[in-house]
Write a protein that binds this ligand. Structure first.
Ligand SMILES: Nc1ncnc2c1ncn2[C@@H]1O[C@H](COP(=O)(O)OP(=O)(O)OP(=O)(O)O)[C@@H](O)[C@H]1O
Length: 330
C-alpha cells in the first residue's frame, strides 16, 4: 500500500515485569502482528476478551514503548513523537475515562465541578463549525455539570473532546457502551462521514455489533495477540452469509473450542491444563525451568530494536487457504 496512515510491522510486545523487563519464560502477548491501513479506512478490531485489542490500540496510541519501526502512524512513532497526539492528528479514545479525559497532552479530570461548556469551549484553536456539529451530533447540553452528570453524559463530553481536533487517525477502544441507541447511531454516522469526506482512518475495538453491519470497511480479527484475519468487509460477506455479529461469533466459538481441545490434550498428557501467568504475561509450564528460553520480545526500556524483526506474519491455516489477497498489503 502506498503511504499507509497506519503501518504495523511484525509487532511483538510483552508487558514488562517489576524489573522493567519481560518476565522469565514469558511469551509475547502480541506476537508478529503486521497490518496496514490507508486513508478513509474504517477498521473494526474484533477478538475475544483478553485477545490483545486494547494493548494493540495503546501501542498505536504511543502509550507503550515499542521499537519505532514496528508501529508507524502517519509515518511517525506515537511513543517517540508526542506531537502526533498533542497536535490532534492522532486521537486515542478509551481507557480510564471515568477519571480523566486526555486532551492536548494533558489529563483533565472529567468528574470535577465544571460545566460541559467550560470543558468544550476551554480548548483553543478549534474550528467553531466543527465544535457546533459535534455538540449537535452528541446532543450535549452545555450546562451539564461533570460531577453531577450520568455516565452516558460524561462519556459524550469525553468523546466530543477527543474529536474536536480534525484527527487523521482515530483509535477507539469501546467507548460507546454508555451511549443510548440514538447517540451511538449518530456518532457512528459522523465517524463514517469523517472517513469518507476527510480521509480519516479509524480503528475501532468493540464487542457491540449493533449498527455496525455496514459501518467498517475492513475487519481485523486477533486471537492470543496474533493476527488471524484482516479483510475488507465485502470479502468477509463473501465468505460468510451470516450477519457480521454471527460471523464473528462463529470465529470466537471456533477459537474457544480449539482452546478447550488444547487444554484437554495437555491434561491428558499430564501437563498443566492452563498456562501460568507471571506479571501479567503468559508462561508455559514452570517459570523457573523456562527461564532458559527468555527472549526479549519487543519491549525493552531504552532499547529500540527487536530480535523479532524480520519474522513473517502467521495466520491460521483456514485463512492461509484464502491466499495472499485475504490480507491488507503489508
Ligand atoms: N498493564 C498490564 N500488565 C500486564 N498484563 C496486562 C496489562 N494490561 C493487559 N494485560 C493482559 O494482556 C492481555 C490482553 O489484554 P487486552 O486488554 O489488550 O485485551 P482485549 O482484547 O482488549 O480484551 P477485552 O475485550 O476484554 O477488553 C490480557 O491477558 C491482560 O491480562
Amino acid at each position: 500500500m502506498e503511504n499507509p496512515t497506519v503501518e504495523i510491522r511484525d509487532l511483538s510486545f510483552t508487558y514488562p515485569g517489576i524489573d522493567g523487563h519481560p518476565p522469565p519464560g514469558s511469551r509475547p502477548l502480541i506476537n508478529g502482528l503486521s497490518l496496514s491501513l490507508g486513508a478513509g479506512e474504517r477498521c473494526l478490531l474484533v477478538g475475544s476478551n483478553g485477545a490483545g485489542k486494547t494493548t494493540i490500540l495503546k501501542i498505536m496510541g504511543g502509550k507503550h514503548m515499542v521499537a519505532p519501526e514496528m508501529v508507524r502512524v502517519l509515518g511517525r512513532s506515537a511513543f517517540h513523537d508526542t506531537s502526533l497526539i498533542s497536535s490532534g492528528e492522532l486521537s486515542y479514545l478509551g481507557g480510564e475515562w471515568r477519571r480523566d479525559v486526555a486532551f492536548a497532552g494533558f489529563e483533565v479530570s472529567i468528574q470535577m465541578d465544571i460545566s460541559a461548556e467550560k470543558m468544550i469551549y476551554g480548548v483553543s484553536g478549534i474550528d467553531p463549525k466543527r465544535r457546533e456539529e459535534l455538540i449537535k451530533v452528541l446532543d450535549i447540553d452545555l450546562s451539564w455539570k461533570m460531577h453531577k452528570s450520568s455516565d452516558g453524559q460524561r462519556r459524550r463530553v469525553q468523546i466530543c473532546m477527543g474529536l474536536l481536533k480534525p484527527f487523521k487517525v482515530l483509535l477507539l477502544d469501546e467507548i460507546t457502551v454508555d451511549l443510548d441507541v440514538l447517540a451511538r447511531a449518530n456518532l457512528l454516522n459522523y465517524l463514517k462521514k469523517e472517513c469518507k469526506e476527510r480521509g480519516a482512518t479509524i480503528i475501532y475495538a468493540t464487542h457491540i455489533f449493533d449498527g455496525l453491519e455496514d459501518w467498517p470497511s475492513h475487519i481485523v480479527y486477533v486471537a492470543h495477540g496474533k493476527l488471524q484475519l484482516a479483510l475488507p468487509l465485502e470479502k468477509v460477506k463473501e465468505l460468510s452469509n451470516l450477519s457480521l455479529m454471527r460471523t464473528v461469533e462463529s470465529w470466537l466459538r471456533k477459537e474457544r473450542d480449539e482452546e478447550r481441545e488444547r487444554r484437554r490434550i495437555r491434561k491428558e498428557k499430564g501437563l498443566l491444563e492452563y498456562e501460568k501467568w507471571v506479571e501479567g504475561s503468559r508462561v508455559i509450564g514452570d517459570p523457573a525451568k523456562s527461564a532458559a528460553r527468555v527472549t526479549n520480545n519487543g519491549w525493552a526500556a531504552g532499547r529500540l530494536t527487536s530480535p523479532w524483526q524480520g519474522r513473517r506474519i502467521s495466520f491460521l491455516a483456514q485463512i492461509e487457504s484464502l491466499g495472499n489477497n485475504a490480507c491488507f498489503p503489508i
